[in-house]
Design a protein around this ligand. Structure first.
Ligand SMILES: Cc1cc2nc3c(=O)[nH]c(=O)nc-3n(C[C@H](O)[C@H](O)[C@H](O)COP(=O)(O)OP(=O)(O)OC[C@H]3O[C@@H](n4cnc5c(N)ncnc54)[C@H](O)[C@@H]3O)c2cc1C
Length: 416
């Protein structure tokens, strides 16, 4: 007989775990299918304060608190000698003023171990390979286990949190080109033996080469640091040889960090991901919803990936719970439009980052404290706070201010 559950969740990354925790706590019967064996490496290591709200509300914060991940209090943007520091305790919106920078293999493992301890049914090394929906939205999912055996599970709802696996976008032909330009990234970890003592050594930092090319430096509490280059495909494609050779070559571009990292071996062969920005035609359908990276991924510059993954899965879980309790849900308004609002805010910031306008604003001196607080809220992930003009007017405010700076009308900015 085919097993039946209320909710089948594809993928046990942060998105799937938040959904599983919330719905399990509500008494629903959950099954999580995860393709990999945990712990496993995945990129997405610098979190945003907004995701703390999601871990808290889904009951996953306490288990994370105990692990000892490096606390993240803000972000440092550097360009040659210029520095712009954002501290989340100096932001406009109410909300968390810190979060973590995490090795995701540990982070995701803590989440799944906690869920298993609480009795959530998670299977690893099982892969969703097909799903059929009937016209009521009930589904039959086909799964292959690590021995190659195939079995099926019925569910009232499927949450696709399969991240880069993009299971439903592939199966239901939902993929759509992203509005963002194609870019690529190459990254690895190293033992950070030259890490400076004190706060500056553990600050997550962005070293800006020019408006299209930049590095991330994310130090972890175990002495390891994540380094990554993001840039145009032209630069990446011009590099030859192994990924280790390519990474060593691009590392020379980081003036502020090259001497710290230059003679250290990488802990694994650098990974190169090109064309990472993804989008979909729709975020939900009868009997299913897409959350996290399986729906949309923008760009790593503002570390928004995990915060969106958990925002969307918590939101979707709340709506599914209501719907299964016979409440009528307007999925277009309550889910799709809500998520797209936040995505659109970040999309404006990402576009204006690569036009150079946002960088102009970040490095403009003297800083305007009021403007900085409002931008800081966006960088903390509070992109649904429409009282913040840097949220509400996201599509015009950055270019307008950069225009004033570039045309020398800086007195207007300083008086805002
Ligand atoms: C270069 C780069 C840098 C980034 N840096 C950051 C950052 O600093 N901060 C940040 O917040 N985000 C960052 N991101 C984004 C981040 O990686 C993702 O947004 C985040 O991991 C999404 O979480 P998720 O739970 O949706 O998916 P994932 O964490 O990818 O989890 C999905 C899970 O689904 C499983 N799965 C896939 N297919 C199947 C299947 N068929 N059946 C069963 N299971 C399946 C996978 O094995 C995986 O464990 C970065 C992305 C890139 C490309």
């Amino acid at each position: 007989m085919i097993k039946s559950v209320d909710i089948l969740i594809i993928g046990a990354g942060p998105s799937g775990c938040v959904a599983a925790s919330y719905l399990h706590n509500k008494g629903l019967k959950i099954k999580v299918i995860e393709k990999s064996k945990f712990p496993r490496f995945v990129i997405g290591e610098s979190l945003l304060p907004r995701s703390m709200d999601h871990f808290d509300e889904s009951g996953l914060l306490d288990c994370l608190m105990d692990f000892g991940f490096e606390k993240k209090y803000g972000a440092r943007f550097m360009k040659n000698d210029l520095v712009c520091n954002f501290f989340f305790n100096d932001k406009y919106s109410e909300g968390w003023d810190w979060t973590w920078q995490v090795t995701r293999k540990d982070f995701d493992n803590v989440l799944t171990s906690e869920l298993i301890k609480r009795g959530v049914d998670i299977v690893f090394e099982h892969e969703v390979i097909d799903i059929e929906f009937n016209n009521l939205g009930n589904s039959k999912t086909t799964i292959k286990n690590n021995d190659g055996d195939i079995y099926k599970i019925k569910a009232k709802y499927v949450i696709d949190s399969s991240g880069y696996g993009r299971v439903l976008p592939r199966l239901l032909d939902l993929d759509m080109p992203s509005k963002l330009e194609n870019r690529g990234s190459i990254f690895t970890h190293l033992n950070d033996i030259n890490r400076p003592e004190g706060f500056s050594g553990v600050q997550p930092s962005f070293d800006i080469i020019d408006k299209n090319n930049w590095f991330w430096i994310i130090p972890f509490s175990n002495g390891v640091t994540s380094i990554g280059y993001v840039g145009s495909l032209d630069v990446l494609n011009s590099l030859k040889g192994t990924t280790t050779k390519k990474m060593s070559e691009v590392l020379k571009l980081t003036k502020n960090f090259y001497s710290r990292f230059k003679n250290i071996n990488f802990l694994f062969d650098p990974i190169e991901i090109n064309n990472y920005s993804k989008s979909v035609k729709q975020l939900y359908g009868k009997g299913y919803v897409l959350t996290g990276n399986s729906s949309e991924f923008l760009d790593p510059i503002f570390s928004s990936g995990v915060a969106f993954a958990t925002e969307s899965s918590l939101k979707a879980s709340k709506l599914i719970f209501k719907e299964l309790n016979n409440e009528s849900i307007d999925w277009e308004e309550e889910y799709s439009n809500y998520i797209k609002y936040g995505v659109n805010v970040f999309t404006s910031y990402i576009k204006e980052w690569y036009t150079g306008n946002l960088q102009t604003l970040f490095f403009h001196k003297p800083e305007n404290p009021k403007i900085k607080k409002q931008i800081c809220s966006v960088l903390a992930g509070y992109v649904w706070d429409k009282t913040n003009p840097f949220v509400r007017k996201h599509d015009s405010i950055i270019k307008n201010l950069a225009y004033l700076i570039n045309s020398g009308k800086t007195s207007k900015i300083n008086s805002k």
